[in-house]
Design a protein around this ligand. Structure first.
Ligand SMILES: [Zn+2]
Length: 425
């Protein structure tokens, strides 16, 4: 679930629950029968698998109903394009799907407001159940918050209902409120998901792993190993992470993780604040570092006691130099590389400076973050050194939105909202 991704050369603004399938080591998975729940979900998803439309021609028919989610609100357009032409009408009575979706969104928005009271308005104008795959919703993508619009696949609705307890809807609703694009948006949205269920932290570990390891659970990698070594059934049409989510897992480990998340809550709020107040800087710095966790790591370095390490002043100085060298590189933002600069530096420190204990290397990293981003007044400053690069990066993102506006599959509401987003940036 990266904040944007290029699909057929188009920029996807705020993606949804894209699976980590591709990034998780395949060797973890073995084949044995999955639980009944996964089997049931498989049967439900089976008739709803997304297929591309012939020549990418959008459906000509649609079933739209405008529903106000509360008394004072503007109605939201609930829409099922292709309701008749794509065969949904054979099994479904359309209006009841819309009423159910409206109820779902009422619950989700109330929950979002309870977690983040500062979010006074969520600009939801349209909810599209999209049963095909295209540039806006890839086959493996559950949902996508575009512009004032949630596009969601039927499979995602089923998964949210049967397994995720509406986490995808919550995630996408938060995306609607974000002011720019970029990796920090995903960090913020997953931050919301982990508060509801610690299993989302495991499934999305790259965003949280090093903070959890350094400050709360030094053996967190063992939890990851245990979680992902449980077998999944590859033949089911249920994403692997949903199967992992559903199958039983150590209550003790989950409880331990839950307690860590409880302590992380103030950090997650601060991440949200920074991303709201400095959306472009948050995006740029995270992408420059090739590290979607950067904002959370800066906040943790600021607020939590960094483990002490008995390391010579000379080694520390060299380690800081290596971090600086990596983090000042601009290949990720300028050339579109995807190199995690933190990982690069940690490797150098391990092999060249012979700092063998992983926790010592991480402690050095968090010390560096503190030195670099926390100023004399004790506040975090997300300063971008390369102003020209920063400007070019912002413009390239806006150019991406412009290209997306030209995609024929985009609705009128999305087009208008995209124009507004460009205007604001
Ligand atoms: Zn997302």
């Amino acid at each position: 679930m990266t904040a944007y991704r290029t699909v057929r050369g188009r920029l996807i603004i705020a993606c949804a629950v894209i699976f980590w399938i591709s990034t998780l080591p395949n060797l973890f998975a073995q084949s044995i029968p999955a639980s009944t729940d996964a089997g049931e979900l498989h049967n439900l998803i089976q008739p709803h698998l997304p297929h591309p439309l012939a020549e990418d021609n959008q459906p000509v028919d649609t079933l739209d109903v405008a529903i106000a989610l509360n008394q004072n609100a503007e109605p939201v357009v609930f829409s099922i394009p292709g309701f008749h032409s794509l065969g949904c009408a054979k099994c479904h009575e359309g209006e009841s799907l819309h009423l159910k979706a409206a109820d779902r969104m009422r619950r989700v928005l109330a929950r979002l407001k309870a977690i983040q009271p500062d979010l006074t308005a969520v600009p939801l104008r349209q909810y599209i159940i999209q049963s095909w795959s295209d540039a806006l919703l890839a086959p493996h993508q559950l949902a996508h918050a575009t512009f004032d619009t949630i596009r969601i696949s039927p499979a995602a609705i089923l998964i949210d209902d049967k397994a995720y307890q509406e986490a995808t809807h919550l995630h996408e609703s938060l995306h609607l409120t974000q002011k720019f694009v970029g990796p920090a948006n995903e960090l913020e949205a997953y931050g919301l998901n982990i508060i509801s269920d610690p299993r989302f932290l495991i499934l999305n570990f790259p965003y949280f792993e090093d903070v959890v390891k350094t400050f709360f659970m030094p053996d967190f990698h063992l939890v990851l190993n245990d979680f992902f070594s449980r077998p999944v059934k590859e033949k089911l049409n249920v994403p692997r992470e949903v199967q992992w989510f559903l199958s039983p897992f150590s209550a003790e480990q989950l409880e331990q993780l839950k307690q860590s998340i409880e302590k992380m809550k103030p950090l997650l709020s601060e991440v949200s604040r920074l991303n709201r107040e400095h959306p472009r800087e948050s995006a740029y710095l995270s992408e420059q570092a090739g590290n979607p966790a950067l904002l959370l790591e800066i906040v943790a370095a600021h607020h939590l006691p960094i483990p002490a390490s008995s390391i010579s002043t000379e080694t520390r100085r060299k380690a800081f130099e290596l971090f600086e060298l990596q983090m000042n590189k601009t290949d990720n933002t300028r050339l579109g590389y995807k190199v995690n600069r933190k990982k690069e530096a940690l490797l150098f420190i391990q092999h060249h400076l012979k700092v063998t204990a992983p926790i010592t290397r991480l402690a050095l990293y968090f010390q560096l973050l503190k030195q670099r981003f926390v100023k004399q007044d004790g506040k975090i400053a997300l300063e971008v050194k390369e102003q020209e690069e920063f400007k070019a990066y912002t413009l390239s993102k806006i150019e991406g939105i412009r290209k997306m506006i030209n995609y024929k599959g985009l609705s009128k509401i999305e087009r208008e909202a995209a124009q507004k987003l460009i205007g604001r940036n």
